[in-house]
Design a protein around this ligand. Structure first.
Ligand code: FES
Length: 98
């Protein structure tokens, strides 16, 4: 688990099992996928197609499309608008990189 600004709010949260890039993880159940990825220390989800710059969730409100990930086999889902569910499989475009 990474340092998370609001860790104290999550101390008593029930944990939810998810799979990120093939790795089984536990995260507080009330998080969005974007928040869960940050909670686990995944600051970037993909690389910019031209510059190669690492990109990660930015607005957390559905506007910027920087948070696109594959969820349960469906590509290009906005992580910030998706609530985690038990055993959800999440794949970033950086699987194996971070
Ligand atoms: S973080 Fe901006 S659309 Fe998801």
């Amino acid at each position: 688990m990474s340092d998370f600004l609001f860790n104290h709010l999550l101390d008593d949260a029930h944990q939810c099992p998810i799979i990120v890039n093939g790795v089984a993880c536990q995260v507080p159940e009330q998080l969005s996928v974007a928040a869960a990825l940050l909670y686990l220390g995944h600051l970037a989800n993909r690389q910019h197609p031209v510059s190669g710059e690492l990109r990660g969730s930015y607005c957390h409100a559905g506007f910027c499309f920087e948070c696109l990930v594959a969820i349960d086999g469906q590509a290009n889902k906005r992580a910030c608008l998706t609530q985690i569910t038990p055993n959800m499989s999440i794949n970033t475009a950086l699987a194996g990189v971070n």
